[in-house]
Design a protein around this ligand. Structure first.
Ligand SMILES: [Zn+2]
Ligand SMILES: [Zn+2]
Length: 65
């Protein structure tokens, strides 16, 4: 399994942070989360930067209209 940010192997697999929208795996460090225990508290609703910017684009568009 490879990190969506740095493309390096994530090992062990359990240590990956997973985006709920695109299911891409990341090293917690690559998404600015220092430890996996930090990620565990937000993993149920965590979106990666790509999905987050998509969500933001949608909501800004809606607000403007
Ligand atoms: Zn990485
Ligand atoms: Zn994502």
């Amino acid at each position: 399994m490879f990190c969506g940010k740095c493309n390096a192997v994530i090992s062990p697999v359990k240590s990956a942070a997973v985006c709920i929208s695109c299911e891409t795996n990341y090293h917690p460090v690559c998404i600015k989360i220092k430890t996996l225990s930090n990620f565990k508290s937000i993993k149920d609703f965590w979106n990666c930067d790509l999905c987050l910017s998509k969500l933001k684009n949608v909501s800004t568009r809606n607000k403007k209209n």
